[in-house]
Design a protein around this ligand. Structure first.
Ligand code: HGY
Ligand code: MN
Ligand code: MN
Length: 417
């Protein structure tokens, strides 16, 4: 007789909590919500999550980098059992959708709620984590809380990180009341599973409901600063210019050419500022960011090398100086095949169309994969849109993803392996 418990997902509660969390930090001017890590709106989101964890009578812990954990302990867990962990993040980019990160955290609570509502304890402790600063908008690197948790960045270094606004991360953590005392990584998960929206166009284009995420592409973030000479826009011949603005735009154009030629490398210049930023003055300074990604480490290195050579050439030709600072460098990650197979079997069991795929976006799972078997489940994003107020996944798709999550978890907890 199978000892897999008969559990039921409370879909209405999950959808209600996704909506309620999505209402925190709403930006009525530009749309969406903005809960930048460790800001006031994110604190409100954190507080709301803790209330929902308390309602489930979870054992709540906060670690020194502000990661929040809610555990539904098994009957024989004296506090040291390696939990089955699910999680993601509740911080957002600016004018974000309501699902990125939040869906995975709240679906994890829904799994724990299914046990609570059935009046049973899991055979293994189930922990849900909300990791600090996944987006890396204010403090780099992104996936910071899970990176510290996985031992990839020291707590002290993370706490001393200065934000784009000059604030110190550790001070903000204290200010919002989430400077916990649990040592990050004190509890190593037995396995980790993250449910997330795809944030890309593939599942929708293929009319497929479940993404079995086998791997995640490499990420390289750089800050580039170009120093030229300010001069009069009307009197300075082109050949005499040292135009930092032109250099920044030339790099952006070259990166698009490189990406198209490569076929798999993606290149994004997301931030760009000029000084003095005046209509009739040749920019003396340009500062911009470069986000390069590729599933293949060798191709990512090639893209970085091509950029470095291109910058050196431009500096020579334009008579400017160029400095680069590496903000993030994560190699591609392969997820656990046994967990991926379990996700695929679960999707088959439900009769959901599914396909194996690579994650284009970075996720906390890529960090936890350093210390435990980890994998991800994707559901479709309408129009492939994310990091945008128009981010959307249909309710039945959200619930299908959560059903697969619950199914995989309850079977992993009861299957000897
Ligand atoms: O940048 C990323 O891919 C993630 O959203 N932090
Ligand atoms: Mn995310
Ligand atoms: Mn994101």
């Amino acid at each position: 007789m199978s000892n897999v418990p008969d559990l039921h997902l409370n879909g209405a509660k999950l959808l209600e909590q996704i909506k309620a969390l999505g209402d925190i930090g709403v930006d009525l001017t530009h749309g969406g919500r903005t809960r930048i890590a460790l800001g006031d709106a994110e604190k409100t989101g954190r507080d709301q999550l803790v209330v929902w964890m308390r309602e489930l009578e979870l054992d709540i812990q906060v670690d020194r980098i502000g990661n929040i954990f809610g555990s539904l302990r098994s009957a024989n867990d004296t506090g040291h059992e390696q939990p089955f962990m699910m999680g993601s993040h509740i911080d957002t980019v600016t004018n974000a959708g309501a699902l990125d990160g939040c869906y995975g955290v709240l679906a994890g609570l829904a799994v724990q709620r299914a046990y609570r509502e059935a009046g049973i304890l899991p055979d293994r402790t189930i922990t849900v984590g909300a990791f600090t600063n996944e987006e890396g908008v204010r403090y780099q690197p992104d996936m910071m809380g899970s990176l510290v948790y996985a031992g990839g960045l020291s707590v002290q270094e993370a706490l001393d990180t200065l934000g784009t606004d000059g604030s110190r991360l550790g001070d903000e953590l204290i200010r919002i009341g989430y400077a916990g005392d649990l040592e990050p990584g004190a509890v190593i998960p037995h396995e980790y599973l993250e449910l997330h929206i795809e944030q890309g166009p593939i599942l929708e284009a293929e009319n497929t409901l479940i993404g079995v995420v086998e791997n995640l592409q490499g990420i390289s973030w750089q800050q580039v600063t170009v120093k030229g000479n300010a001069n009069h826009a009307g009197t300075t011949p082109t050949r005499l210019r040292h135009d930092a603005g032109y250099v920044a735009c030339a790099v952006t154009t070259e990166l698009r050419r490189l990406a198209k030629a490569s076929g798999t490398t993606l290149a994004t210049v997301g931030c760009m500022t000029f000084e003095p930023n005046v209509i009739n003055v040749i920019p003396r300074r340009a500062s911009f960011t470069v986000d390069l990604r590729d599933p293949d480490e060798g191709k990512l290195i090639k893209a970085e090398q091509h950029l470095a050579v291109f910058l050196a050439q431009l500096a020579e030709e334009e008579g400017v100086s160029i400095e680069t600072e590496q903000l993030v460098r994560f190699q591609p990650v392969t997820f656990d095949s046994s967990l991926a197979n379990a996700i695929e079997i679960s999707a088959q069991r439900f009769g959901f169309r599914h396909r194996r795929m690579t994650s284009g976006a970075g996720h906390d799972a890529q960090m936890i994969a350093r210390i435990a078997p980890a994998a991800m489940i994707f559901v479709p994003s309408r129009g492939g849109i994310s990091h945008n107020p128009r981010e959307h996944t249909d309710d039945d798709q959200l619930l299908a993803g959560a059903e697969v999550l619950l199914d995989v978890v309850k079977r992993r907890l009861t299957a000897p392996h």
